[in-house]
Design a protein around this ligand. Structure first.
Ligand code: ZN
Length: 500
């Protein structure tokens, strides 16, 4: 075999350049949603469009294709889990996929996303869906063009799902969701009076919330050398590299949800932060799928962040931050309020039990829109009807309904299922971690979160995109995707609340 090392180094050089452009794009998007003045939007849309086009051109260059051909031998003679074989395999997968999409279409989708986001903000300010509707129509048309690039397929939604959940079919997702719906719709309909959560409402200084959140996150593993936290409208996490993690949140002065969204975004951040440093500037340096990403955010936000043991450690400090609100509130009351279950209108405020139903209705609507069964004009009414049917709630206006999520303005369709699939995976990982590590709750009570974080590094984070999601799950938990542990977890949660 000829010495292929120089050719592999050439591959790494090219991949590094692509990664640089993509991360520049990520940081410009972060800036757009954190600090950019509104009139920066049109120019920013052009800038993001230009970077997306450059990344696409670099990622589909014929030279990259011939390098991948030359390196087949190296890939086949290396151990499948090795850095070399994994980089070549994952690059080939991405390359073949990108080749299908014309770079003009890619740039147009990015531009439309940026303009769509600005229109979504305007429509929300004006409480007027009609401002947003033409942008949704445009995005839907572009999505159909995109899907057509991958013909033939069994289900058009498979194409979108594959961008977020490689190795999973729409039929798999629909089956898991049918199981959840059958369980949760009656469970939610049968809920008793919700617990009193008035202790979570009232004036909470945003500056203090920020200070407290940073204390929790630094206990969990955040540091100011590699992380930062900023304000935005719709919280998200992104990164400029493995050592540059950007979390965002929104602190409201009348409730504490901004703290919980910090805990959520931390889960995303720690995943990217704990990818093997050797993968930097390669396509391996990223979470393997959206559902795995959401499994991390949900695990830290819900399983850790709403546990009584965690708050045994943090609650005294929270009381110190907000003595006028919480000094007289016992820990158990605060904890029950934090775990309150009650059907509501907004997905991002939803509790753990009703949350999957918000996702399932969006998944169904996306499939219907893609099939033409629901048009953007029908969408507000179709959205409200499902809120009524699954959750028994009635929106007052489009802010509560169809305009509540950012996703249909600036991201691709096909992302929502990942949130609920992430919940399913999070409970599978938690069960496995506790079976191997013993009683983690005792650790949390002492403020020790390192053992869980390190277990996740070892079994999930460090691998980046080395394995496809089903294989990574199999290796981490010893089985396939399974809704049952999650269903049992939710049932136990409701029973505990009703018993209290
Ligand atoms: Zn998330």
């Amino acid at each position: 075999m000829p010495d292929l090392r120089p050719r592999f180094d050439e591959l790494l050089r090219r991949l590094g350049e692509i990664s640089d452009v993509e991360h520049a794009e990520a940081i410009l998007t972060w800036d757009q949603e954190t600090g950019m003045p509104p009139l920066g939007a049109p120019a920013r849309a052009e800038q993001l469009g230009a970077l997306a086009r450059i990344a696409h051109e670099l990622g589909t260059a014929p030279e990259l294709g011939s390098l991948l051909e030359e390196l087949r031998e190296l890939e086949q003679s290396s151990d499948r889990e090795s850095f070399e074989a994994s980089v070549i395999r994952v690059t080939r997968h991405d390359y073949e996929k990108k080749l299908r999409i014309p770079s003009e279409l890619r740039a147009e989708m990015t531009r439309a996303a940026s303009v769509g986001y600005a229109a979504w903000l305007q429509a929300r300010d004006a409480v007027d869906y009609e401002i947003f509707r033409p942008h949704l129509e445009r995005r839907l048309a572009l999505t159909s063009e995109y899907v057509a690039c991958f013909a033939p397929f069994d289900d058009p939604y498979d194409v979108l799902l594959d961008d977020h959940e490689p190795g999973m079919s729409t039929a798999d997702v629909a089956a898991i969701f049918e199981r959840l719906k059958a369980e949760l719709v009656p469970l939610v309909a049968g809920l008793g009076e919700p617990v009193d959560d008035s202790c979570l409402h009232g004036y909470f200084s945003p500056a203090r919330q920020r200070e407290f959140s940073l204390e929790v996150l630094s206990r969990w593993g955040m540091d100011d050398q590699a992380w930062r936290l900023d304000d935005t409208v719709h919280p998200f996490a992104t990164n400029g590299s493995i050592t540059d993690i950007r979390l965002t949140t929104q602190f409201h002065d009348d409730q504490l949800v901004g703290i919980l969204s910090c805990l959520h975004e931390f889960g995303h951040g720690i995943y990217e932060r704990q990818v093997d440093a050797r993968y930097e500037r390669t396509p391996l340096a990223e979470g393997v799928s959206s559902s795995f990403h959401e499994s991390q955010s949900r695990l830290w936000e819900n399983i850790v962040g709403r546990s009584l043991s965690t708050w045994r450690f943090f609650y005294p400090r929270l009381q110190e931050c907000f003595p006028e609100r919480l000094a007289e509130v016992p820990l158990e009351e605060f904890h029950r309020a934090l775990n309150r279950v009650a059907p509501g209108l907004r997905r991002v405020d939803a509790d753990e039990v009703t949350y999957p139903l918000h996702i399932i209705l969006r998944f169904e609507l996306e499939r219907d829109m893609l099939a033409g069964a629901v048009t953007p004009s029908d969408l507000p009414e179709a959205f409200d009807a499902k809120l009524r049917d699954y959750l028994g709630v009635e929106p007052r206006n489009v802010l509560d309904g169809v305009l509540q999520d950012v996703h249909w303005s600036d991201s691709s369709f096909g992302y929502f299922p990942s949130y609920a699939l992430g919940n399913v995976i999070s409970v599978q990982l938690w069960e496995r971690a506790t079976s191997e590590l013993g009683n983690l709750e005792e650790e949390f009570e002492r403020g020790e979160f390192g053992p869980l974080r390190e277990w996740l590094r070892e079994h999930v984070h460090r691998w980046g995109r080395t394995f496809k999601p089903p294989e990574l799950l199999e290796r981490a938990v010893g089985g396939p995707l399974d809704a049952e542990p999650y269903v049992a977890y939710l049932r136990a949660k409701v029973e505990a609340l009703e018993a209290a």
